[in-house]
Design a protein. Sequence first.
Length: 207
Amino acid sequence: MPDSQERCRLILLVQSGADACEQLAAALEATDIATVIITAADAETAKPLIAIAQKAGAAALLAGDPQLARTLKADGVHLPVGSTDADYADARGILGQRFIIGADAGRSRDAAMHLGEAGAEYIGFGIPEFVGDMETARARQLDLIAWWAEIFEVPCVAFDVETASDAEALARAGADFIAVRLASQMTPDDVRAAMRDYAAALDVSAA
């Protein structure tokens, strides 16, 4: 489990859309968010989300687009499942050393080790959308998080976390960050309530 002085923190995944800015602002008001990972169609939809995150003191990463991240002065890029150490090298070549580059290794120990050795600032483990047996998938994710936390110093992120109780279990297994996705239909009040539930589960200081 992460040291009590380096407790598990929240990462927010945001999809650009009509209500995304309002949702993001609500989440950042509700509790401490370390990083916001933004999936956006273009610069126009990404720019306001980056500004909101950075104004609140959270790192703003763009999903899968290092060139756009550099152009919009985001804090870095998030590499999706299936990315390789070559993809990391390409992103680093575009962004330089000042930017954050993290990666989701999915369920692959091999990919996680290659990306970690390449220099990724964090390694994520998630659950693919096609998985049918969620109980087994959750158990496997816990095992991967515990394995990584015990052996490697690079921070690990648990992706595809759906409940506060899952978040607590993953934090206890050794996750440094819990990544929570905002659903498009959530109202600002829904977002605030959800963030406070996750914060309480992780013992994060809520606003």
